[in-house]
Design a protein around this ligand. Structure first.
Ligand SMILES: [Zn+2]
Length: 269
């Protein structure tokens, strides 16, 4: 599944391709739905408008025009690519035709993605309740600490709650907790302000590194596989069923909130 860094790399790719603000000339839907019905009528109101910016919110992409935006979520296997004439592929579900003969194709074999219309992000059901963006300055130690107050769940489970912070997936949560030396099973409400600040720093660092790795390893954004979703191929603690890279003690693994969690009981307190 594409994770936040991969979606951010896709956003940057689209931004480059659409930098001249082409006019949306036609929306061609090859089917009426992905995971949910596509609001074809609402989306068609954007035809004739220029694409003015590409935003990302959590793992959603927003393709903005002055009249509203198209909202895209890649689900498990979604990809966007520039499709020149003749480049039609199985599982292409959406073609966006722009001026200058530019055509974007959305391909999604498993169809867990979404394609929707947005007028006001603050009122859209998929966007309204999302927590802060991890890479924005507003996400800092005091804010995380505040959000965790009164939460009895394990810290790692809380980090993956989209109302606490968006886009910190299972592997990134494990890796950030390891880097910060904090055990994932700690009750969220017991995290001190000082350690919350430390953890926020590690989350930002890991996500930024991953975006950088994705940006440098993928020359054509459309090649983003949509399969692993993680640019970093080596993790310091996640998936290690052997000794800790820091202290040599056996790494523990445990299912927490339904997800595999790896940690070192000597290095993480
Ligand atoms: Zn260790």
């Amino acid at each position: 599944m594409p994770e936040l860094p991969e979606v951010e790399v896709v956003r940057r790719g689209l931004e480059t391709i659409l930098k001249d603000q082409p006019i949306l000339e036609k929306v061609e839907l090859m089917r009426k739905d992905l995971r949910e019905p596509i609001p074809a009528k609402k989306i068609s109101t954007l035809v004739g408008q220029p694409l003015t910016s590409i935003e990302r919110r959590a793992k959603y992409l927003l393709l903005w025009t002055p009249k509203g935006a198209m909202l895209s979520h890649l689900g498990m296997t979604g990809t966007w690519r520039v499709a020149v004439p003749g480049d039609e592929r199985l599982h292409d579900h959406i073609y966006l035709h722009f001026s200058e003969n530019l055509r974007l194709a959305y391909r999604d074999p498993r169809r867990f993605g979404c394609f929707d219309f947005v007028q006001d992000p603050l009122k859209h059901p998929k966007l309204a309740d999302l927590g802060p963006e991890p890479l924005e300055a507003e996400f800092n130690g005091p804010l995380l600490w505040e959000k965790l107050r009164g939460k009895d769940v394990a810290l790692k489970v809380a980090l993956m709650d989209q109302k606490v912070v968006v886009g910190v997936g299972n592997i990134y949560a494990s890796e950030a907790l390891f880097a910060a030396g904090i055990k994932p099973t700690l009750p969220a409400r017991k995290l001190s302000l000082e350690r919350a600040s430390l953890l926020v720093g590690e989350i930002k660092k890991i996500l930024s590194q991953s975006i950088k790795a994705g940006g440098s390893s993928i020359s054509d954004f459309a090649q983003a596989s949509g399969e692993s979703g993680y640019f970093q191929t080596s993790f310091r603690v996640y998936g290690r069923d052997k000794e800790c890279v820091t202290c040599g003690q056996q790494v523990k693994s445990q299912v927490l909130g339904g997800r595999n969690t790896f940690w070192c009981s000597r290095c993480q307190k």
